[in-house]
Design a protein around this ligand. Structure first.
Ligand code: SAM
Length: 189
């Protein structure tokens, strides 16, 4: 049988420190089998802040927690997988049930707010925007607020830019919506 051996130089007390920090800041739970991930994801953070290893970075944070570094540590441990219209069924539920119901119940004040929390690089909120424009033209006269937030500053910056490469637009986004709602600039849409 083939096997892959992974090694980590992280001490268990260091892993426990990181795992409890991540849990308290994000509610993300890191099990022990993720030790290799802590090491590989935190190495660039350690280097960027002038530490020679992840162990040195953790030692520093234990002695002197600094928000700008802990934020980077938490950000580095997030999983940012996403795609347009991901999992399809929530979007079907929005289109077939939730939005029609909200159109009825909020017909008087004509305001609608939709919040994509944990939005990652933004495909979710842009999918919602396209879904509304494609299926509910009557919302043009409503006060509409679409909000996207994420724990990760890096992901939020990407979501804000709204630029996607050809691999990203090939995941879940129908061709007709791509040409209708996006402009191509080189490799980026
Ligand atoms: C797997 S992505 C999901 C993206 C999108 N919602 C989707 O389903 O396609 C998870 C995102 O949650 C964010 N995240 C993790 N913990 C969070 C928290 N406590 N508050 C806000 N965002 C969080 C991560 O930064 C990451 O971008």
């Amino acid at each position: 049988m083939n096997s892959v051996a992974t090694t980590t130089s992280l001490r268990s007390t260091d892993f426990d420190f990181v795992s409890s920090l991540i849990r308290s800041q994000s509610a993300i739970i890191l099990n022990r089998d993720k030790e290799y991930l802590v090491e590989s994801r935190l190495m660039p953070v350690a280097r960027a802040h002038g530490f020679e290893s992840v162990t040195h970075l953790i030692c520093h944070l234990r002695a002197k927690p600094q928000k700008h570094i802990t934020d980077k540590v938490v950000d580095a441990m997030t999983v940012n997988q996403t795609s347009f219209y991901r999992d399809q069924s929530p979007f079907d539920a929005l289109r077939l049930h939730l939005i029609p119901e909200l159109l009825r119940t909020k017909a008087n004040d004509k305001t609608l707010s939709i919040w994509s929390d944990a939005c990652s690089s933004g495909q979710e909120i842009y999918s919602i925007a396209m879904l509304l424009m494609e299926n509910f033209p009557q919302l043009k006269t409503w006060k509409l607020r679409l909000l996207a937030t994420d724990l990760s500053d890096q992901m939020l910056a990407r979501a804000r830019r709204g630029c996607f490469n050809s691999t990203e637009v090939s995941r879940g986004l129908p061709k007709d919506l791509l040409t209708k709602y996006f402009k191509q600039q080189g490799d980026v849409w």
